[in-house]
Write a protein that binds this ligand. Structure first.
Ligand code: NDP
Ligand SMILES: CC(C)=CCC[C@@H](C)[C@H]1CC=C2C3=C(CC[C@@]21C)[C@@]1(C)CC[C@H](O)C(C)(C)[C@@H]1CC3
Length: 563
């Protein structure tokens, strides 16, 4: 029988799983088969550790102060101090690390600390068969004192325990080396310079009589022709009105998903009210005879004004991010200035309680998209001398209106999207939210103004059915995921199966999420197709959204999979 190094009752230092930090623990017992020691931390947590992760007290230098962290949970609120004194922490090997390497190390270190601070959130059952590889290569994280409670839970709430799948005990984040996404610095430079140019080319092509891809793209107008201060003023006013609505103390306040330091930010859900108020203003303007055609005539000018606004916003976001503490940085940031300017350095930039990313994700661009669609509908009537809009235009407007109203009605669901949880707020989202969404997502309506397409009622019915199918899948999947991320023990989700992943989070694998890997993407893509079909099959251009969206979602799926 193999010998054991530590005796029962001995006080030693045990490594906290997933970190390089050691805490004082007492050896309770040793299992000669698994070669694991059961140890007890000072806060009562019992874990099983491998011998390699246990060190005698004498192997650590004595601290002068009496502030030894004796249990992981004790470290709470004492972060920076205990970090530098962490006994398990080695000095940097290479003092001349690059800025990027040191930035990554800082983020990893911040995460490492956070892992240590986290206490069990959900204590559910391990399935040893499923988890065996995980346990043998890592640790058994099941605090033993919870076992009795687990057994009680098992017998009482049988339905919570999935047949062959397991869930785990800790919500932790992995530590691993990260490559830059989007093709790194050259890729993001190309996107930042190329995308605005591409956007203008698309709009110019769409305005042509024959918007065939085989035609040579029209030349870009000179900048001075596109710049109109008045248009920029309208954009600014729009942004400020939406900001004002966001600040209204109406709608409930909810908490977002936990940040790496365990905090949860508060968000006010009043997007739907903002939409109602905006509709009232637009309705009043229409009634007063305000010339909405101005927006159609100056569409390129509006696009440029929004782009300039978003560049200024991105510069502001980057500058302010240089002053924020490391814990507030986005996990996607890299330490490279160009890349971080694009992906966003700060995760949740806020001015007081005003959350800039959350606000921009759902308000000015998304509501702006609906208003632009309405502008296109009016422009179609005016330019084609119609008494009523075409059926194609009505379909496009109503399909997309449903999408936006749904996003605002289910505003809380945006809190579990990749953009809010993972990406920082930089040029990518600023441009995406404030320029790309309003000026590209309204492309089908823009196309129909100068390229009418007659849709028969039977065809329209098929398109409506397609749209509704996509919507049901999209909404069902997103709501299920959102409810699960919000409260994994939600009794309404008790029938669903989950699997445990090495990142420490669980994934749904039944219900909508057992059907395909990303049912929400599937539903969204079906809807995208339904938005383009009313434009007919004369040109490929109105299907640009479907092509772009497929690429975006395939890329997002790869990013999600990587995470
Ligand atoms: N119209 C548009 O232009 C766009 C629309 N969208 C739509 O927005 C919605 C959200 O998109 P997005 O944030 O990219 O994607 P997801 O909602 O699929 O992924 C975001 C998070 O969901 C969690 N998740 C993924 N798989 C599972 C699972 N099986 N069980 C439980 N949680 C899971 C992960 O959280 P964790 O990291 O916590 O594990 C992941 O980070 C989608 O419907 C998408 O179609 C998205 C982009 C653009
Ligand atoms: C490179 C480039 C152009 C990137 C920009 C991508 C953005 C346009 C999208 C990233 C994620 C988005 C989401 C929505 C709109 C598009 C962007 C900003 C969304 C608000 C649309 C409405 C949905 O119901 C949603 C709330 C789920 C969705 C969230 C993600």
């Amino acid at each position: 029988m193999p010998s054991r190094k530590f005796a029962d009752g001995e006080v030693v230092r045990g490594r906290w799983p997933g970190s390089s930090l050691y805490y004082e623990v007492e050896i309770l017992s040793h299992d000669s088969t698994s070669q694991l020691y059961t140890v007890k931390y000072k806060d009562g947590t019992e874990l099983e550790l491998k011998e390699n992760d246990i060190k005698p007290l004498t192997s650590f230098r004595q601290r002068k102060s009496g502030s030894t962290s004796s249990s992981p949970s004790r470290r709470r609120g004492n972060r920076s101090r205990s970090r530098s004194r962490s006994p398990g922490r080695r000095p940097p090997k290479d003092a001349r690390r690059s800025a990027s390497a040191s930035h990554q190390a800082d983020i990893k270190e911040a995460r490492r600390e956070v892992e240590v601070k986290l206490t069990p959130l959900v204590l559910e059952k391990f399935n040893l068969l499923q988890e065996s590889s995980y346990i043998s290569t890592q640790y058994s994280l099941r605090p033993r004192r919870e076992e009795i409670r687990l057994k009680e839970m098992d017998s009482k709430e049988e339905k919570f325990v999935t047949k062959e799948l397991a869930v785990r005990t800790f919500e932790v984040t992995p530590i691993r080396a990260k490559d830059l996404e989007f093709g790194g610095v050259p890729g993001v430079l190309l996107i930042m310079f190329g995308l605005p140019v591409f956007l203008f080319l698309l709009l110019l092509m769409c305005k042509q009589k024959d918007p065939s891809l085989l035609n040579f793209p029209p030349p870009l107008p000179a900048l001075y022709e596109l710049w109109e201060t008045r248009v920029f003023g309208v954009c600014l006013l729009w942004f400020l009105i939406q900001a004002l609505f966001y600040l209204l103390p109406i709608g409930k306040v909810v908490e977002g998903t936990p940040l790496i330091d365990g905090r949860r930010l508060k968000y006010r859900l009043n997007g739907f009210y903002a939409f109602i108020l905006t509709s009232a203003i637009i309705g009043t303007c229409l009634f007063q005879g305000v010339e909405f055609h101005y927006v159609y005539r100056h569409f390129l000018q509006f696009t440029l004004a929004a782009t300039v606004f978003c560049v200024v916003l991105s510069v502001y976001l980057y500058m302010r991010s240089l002053k924020v503490p490391r814990k507030d940085l986005s996990p996607a940031s890299s330490g490279n200035a160009v890349y971080d300017f694009f992906i966003g350095r700060e995760l949740n930039p806020r001015i007081g309680t005003f959350d800039l990313k959350y606000f921009c994700e759902l308000r000015p661009g998304l509501i702006g998209w609906v208003v632009i669609n309405l502008v296109m509908l009016l422009a179609e009537m005016k330019i084609q001398s119609r008494a009523v809009p075409s059926l194609a235009m009505i379909l496009v407007n109503s399909f997309q209106l449903l999408y936006v109203v749904d996003a605002l009605w289910n505003e809380e669901a945006v809190l579990t999207t990749m953009d809010i949880i993972h990406d920082g707020f930089g040029f990518m989202l600023a441009f995406g939210d404030l320029v790309w969404v309003p000026f590209i997502y309204s492309f089908q309506a823009f196309y129909l103004v100068s390229h009418p397409n007659e849709v028969s009622w039977p065809m329209a019915s098929l398109m409506i059915v397609l749209k509704l199918c996509g919507y049901v899948i999209f909404r069902g999947a997103n709501s299920q995921k959102n409810a699960f991320r919000k409260n994994p023990s939600d009794p309404k989700l008790a029938h669903l199966k989950t699997i445990h992943t090495s990142t420490g989070k669980n994934l749904l694998v039944s219900g909508w999420w057992g059907f395909v890997r990303h049912p929400n993407y599937l539903g969204d893509l079906i809807m995208a197709l339904a938005w383009s079909l009313p434009c007919g099959f004369n040109h490929i251009l109105p299907y640009f959204y479907v092509v772009y969206f497929t690429m975006l979602l395939v890329h997002r799926e790869a990013r999600d999979e990587y995470q």
